[in-house]
Design a protein around this ligand. Structure first.
Ligand SMILES: CC(C)(COP(=O)(O)OP(=O)(O)OC[C@H]1O[C@@H](n2cnc3c(N)ncnc32)[C@H](O)[C@@H]1OP(=O)(O)O)[C@@H](O)C(=O)NCCC(=O)NCCS
Length: 178
C-alpha cells in the first residue's frame, strides 16, 4: 500500500551550515559542479542564495532531521538587473515545479528593487534547462562561444538568455485559473 504523505515546502536563505547538503546535490547535477569554495565566496559576496526544503507534513517544523534540501538558487544583483548564477533541483525531485517556484521567488524579490532584467547562461546541450527558461518567458539574447569546459576536451557554447521581469511579475501575480 502506498501512503501519500503530505509535504510542506519552506524557502529560506542558505547559510554555510547548509553547504554539505547542497554540495551533494550539486555534485550529481553537473559535469563541472561548483566547489565548496565557490559557494563560500558567493555567500561572502552577498549574493542572493535561497534554499527550498521539503519536510513531511506530519513532522514538527523545528525537526531538522526530517527536512531535506530539494533545490536552490544563487543570483547576483547588478544595476537594474539580476544574474542567475545557479539553479539546481535534486534529481529525485525534478518536474515538481521547484525550479519555477524559485524563479517566481526571484521575480518577487527583484522587481520591487527595480531589477528589471534577469540574465543567465545555459549550456547549449542542456535541453531541460532551456525548456524551463523558454517556458518561463526567457528569450535568447546571444551565444557565448566556448564558454563552458567540456568532458571531452573541446569547450561548449553558452546560450545567453534574458527575462523581462516586469512581464514575469504580471504572470506571477495572475490569479490561478478557476
Ligand atoms: C533544469 C532544472 C533546474 C529544472 O528543474 P525542475 O524543478 O525539474 O523544473 P520544473 O518542475 O519547475 O519545470 C518547469 C517547466 O520547465 C520545463 N522542464 C523542466 N524540466 C524539463 C525536462 N527535463 N524536459 C522538458 N521540459 C522540462 C517544463 O516546461 C516544466 O513544466 P511542466 O513540468 O509543467 O511541463 C533541473 O532539471 C536541474 O536541476 N537540472 C540540473 C541542473 C541544471 O541544469 N540547472 C540549470 C543550469 S542553467
Amino acid at each position: 500500500m502506498t501512503l501519500e504523505t503530505p509535504v510542506a515546502l519552506e524557502l529560506r536563505p542558505l547559510q554555510i551550515v547548509d553547504l554539505d547538503e547542497l554540495m551533494a546535490i550539486e555534485a550529481c547535477s553537473y559535469p563541472f559542479p561548483w566547489s565548496r569554495g565557490n559557494f563560500v565566496d558567493s555567500l561572502s559576496s552577498g549574493y542572493r542564495a535561497q534554499g527550498l526544503w521539503q519536510r513531511s507534513g506530519d513532522a514538527p517544523a523545528p525537526d531538522a532531521a526530517l527536512r531535506m534540501l530539494v533545490a536552490y538558487s544563487w543570483a547576483m544583483e547588478g544595476v537594474e538587473e539580476l544574474h542567475l548564477l545557479n539553479l539546481t533541483v535534486h534529481p529525485e525531485h525534478r518536474r515538481a515545479g521547484h525550479a519555477r517556484l524559485l524563479l517566481n521567488d526571484l521575480v518577487r524579490w527583484a522587481v520591487p528593487r527595480a531589477l528589471w532584467w534577469m540574465w543567465l547562461e545555459v549550456r547549449a546541450s542542456n535541453a531541460a534547462a532551456r525548456r524551463l527558461y523558454e517556458a518561463y518567458g526567457f528569450e535568447e539574447a546571444g551565444l557565448r562561444r566556448g564558454y563552458y569546459p567540456n568532458v571531452r576536451s573541446s569547450r561548449e557554447d553558452a546560450v545567453l538568455m534574458r527575462l523581462d521581469m516586469r512581464k514575469a511579475w504580471e504572470r506571477v501575480h495572475e490569479p490561478e485559473p478557476a
